[in-house]
Design a protein around this ligand. Structure first.
Ligand code: PMP
Length: 399
């Protein structure tokens, strides 16, 4: 038990130092709370009630870990949005796309080396700077014999490269590509022709980017987290052209977690139905999402454009096939660069302004960069704007 706090028996009140409370605004995480108002408006239509007796089984009545009905709705959504070619692809669900990152490395590294040849060199897993940190973290953590994290794509940019005293062919390389990229929001393609690419399209939806054409890579990753905002439900999926690779990824999820949660699959089916019913209608989730994110990007740019201390990535307006017009940029993250010589550590510079960000060092980039999430709630974003405005206004008083 904690003893009660009593004043010392001096008969006088003790002198106290003034208490200064500094509240930092935490903008490092990609928590997609900006979509909460959309689902508040659609509370009844998106609600799913599950009785206690329902869905006890590991598997569906067809003996599968994946709901065919949900698969069909995901395919319909991709077709309606026009952001991915799905007809010639297999679908594999995971507990968020996070689970599928290593599932796909496993599936591709095994299928690219001969089954009995355990002596073969491990596949090199690489990405381009600035990359999404879990690609490196997971590849290192699971530490399979068949693959290893092998740095960034610039090391492998020539057709055959000498590395670690072995000659490596590009077919032994698994390249992570994020498009639009996290952290800088640019659209990317694989840079190592001939490598097996895992193209992470977590943000390839019209609230975050223009859609120039449906994506059609051999292995693609998507997630509900950034599509509908249901990060906590943990549902991601891979679209995979090759049946054998898809089977290996499916088996990985089976051994790892016995499939994605079936409650989640049911709930996400309800969510996708609501999104489909409202596409191009009065409350289209992409129109709402784009409006919010575009307005945040405009407001942030308006302030940062007055600064000589920090700058943002440049993203031009582009034609979007979904909206059928040129749309203004609406990235999920600001990739902030600190320009002053003394601000070598941009994370620290923003922390001094009480803004918690994620240092670019984790993305393989320089500490001059740091990532600021624009995905959080309106309140969080408003506080961020106050802090950034103070930071920029303070430049006037600098020597
Ligand atoms: N890929 C990228 C590029 C991401 O930004 C994220 C989430 N920040 C994920 C994958 C993982 O998302 P989840 O596991 O929530 O599906």
């Amino acid at each position: 038990a904690v003893p009660p706090r009593t004043a010392p028996a001096t008969g006088r009140c003790p002198a106290r130092a003034p208490i200064v409370i500094v509240i930092v605004i935490v903008m490092h995480s990609g928590n997609p709370m900006f979509l909460e108002p959309y689902w508040t408006r659609h509370a009844a239509a998106s609600a799913v009630v599950v009785s206690g007796w329902h869905r006890l089984s590991y598997r569906t009545t067809d003996g599968l870990f994946q709901s065919v009905e949900l698969e069909n709705h995901i395919r319909r959504l991709h077709k309606s949005v026009g952001n991915a070619v799905v007809d010639d692809k297999h679908l594999v669900f995971g507990a968020g796309s996070t689970q599928l990152i290593n599932a796909l490395v496993h599936a591709l590294s095994i299928s690219s080396s001969p089954p009995d040849d355990d002596g073969s060199a491990p596949a090199s897993v690489v990405a381009t700077v600035p990359y999404y940190p879990p690609y490196k973290d997971q590849t290192g953590m699971f530490d399979g014999r068949k693959y290893r994290w092998d740095g960034t794509t610039d090391t492998w940019a020539n057709a055959t490269t000498h590395h670690s005293s072995t000659t490596k062919n590009k077919t032994d390389i698994i390249e992570f590509v994020t498009s639009p990229n996290n952290p800088d929001a640019l659209l990317h393609r694989p840079v190592l022709a001939g490598s097996a690419a895992i193209v992470d399209h977590a943000y390839y939806w019209p609230h975050f980017t223009h859609i120039p054409a449906p994506a059609d890579e051999n292995v693609m990753l998507f997630t509900m987290t950034k599509l509908s905002g249901h990060a906590g439900s943990r549902l991601g999926w891979a679209l995979i052209r090759d049946e054998k690779v898809a089977k290996r990824a499916y088996e990985y999820v089976q051994s790892n977690t016995m499939g994605a949660s079936r409650d989640t699959q049911l709930r996400m089916l309800g969510i996708i139905k609501v999104m489909l019913a409202n596409l191009h209608g009065e409350d289209d989730i992409f129109a709402f999402g784009h409006d919010v994110m575009r307005s945040r990007w405009r407001r942030l740019n308006a302030v940062v454009s007055r600064s000589r201390r920090i700058s943002l990535q440049k993203i031009p307006p582009q034609y979007c096939k979904y909206f059928k017009r040129i749309r203004e940029p609406s990235p999920a993250y600001a990739w902030v660069k600190c320009e002053r010589e003394e601000d070598e550590d941009c994370y620290e510079a923003l922390l001094k302004a009480n803004i918690v960000t994620r240092s670019g060092v984790g993305n393989g980039a320089s500490s001059r960069y740091t990532r600021v999430s624009l995905l959080k709630s309106d309140d969080d974003f408003d506080v961020l704007m106050e802090r950034v405005t103070d930071l920029v206004n303070a430049e006037r008083y600098d020597a």
